[in-house]
Design a protein around this ligand. Structure first.
Ligand code: FES
Ligand code: FES
Length: 173
């Protein structure tokens, strides 16, 4: 039987009618129409489904919806507003891409693009917690943080490092 669960997603409180154990990924995509987080493996082994919960990356494919009640969920769609809030900008400011998203465009990171919202979620978390990461620290964020490395079948890893460095410069200025 479905429960009525209140979630705060991208700054807005939403009520979803789902079973409490439903994976958050399905709730975001199917109930709220947020198609940024992707279904890759469904096993916390690829990172395509990554979102931020209270500022830290989680894998939404294995996280039940009930686990995020009362917490702040941010998907790739919410990064512009997150950046605007960080800088104290107005609502209008939230129409501007997050520096991570802009850097992904400027460095032409995506190939097929399937993994990239998860990759940008990692970058957004990393640069909030470590504004000036070294290359080993960037690699570490993508490879050694549990539950698994973030995988890109197209092999965009070098471009991701360049984009994180570019975003870091913008976010510091
Ligand atoms: S779909 Fe969640 S980690 Fe792969
Ligand atoms: S860009 Fe294709 S899987 Fe990463």
């Amino acid at each position: 039987m479905a429960d009525q669960l209140k979630l705060t997603v991208n700054g807005t409180e939403q009520t979803v009618s789902v079973t409490a154990e439903m994976p958050l990924l399905y709730g975001l995509r199917n109930e709220l129409g947020l198609s940024g987080p992707r279904y890759g493996c469904g096993l916390a082994q690829c990172g395509a489904c990554a979102v931020l919960v209270d500022g830290s990356e989680i894998r939404s494919c294995i996280t039940p919806v009930s686990a995020v009640v009362g917490k702040k969920v941010t998907t790739i769609e919410g990064l512009p507003a997150l950046w605007a809030a960080t800088k104290g900008h107005s609502e209008t400011g939230s129409q501007t891409l997050h520096p991570v998203q802009q850097a992904w465009i400027d460095e032409q990171v995506p190939q097929c693009g399937y993994c990239q919202s998860g990759m940008m979620i990692v970058a957004a978390e990393l640069l909030t917690k470590n504004p000036d990461p070294t290359v080993p620290e960037i690699k570490d964020a993508y490879t050694h943080k549990p539950p698994s490395a973030h995988l890109c079948r197209c092999g965009t890893y070098a471009a991701i490092i360049s984009a994180v460095q570019r975003a870091a410069q913008v976010m510091k200025s």
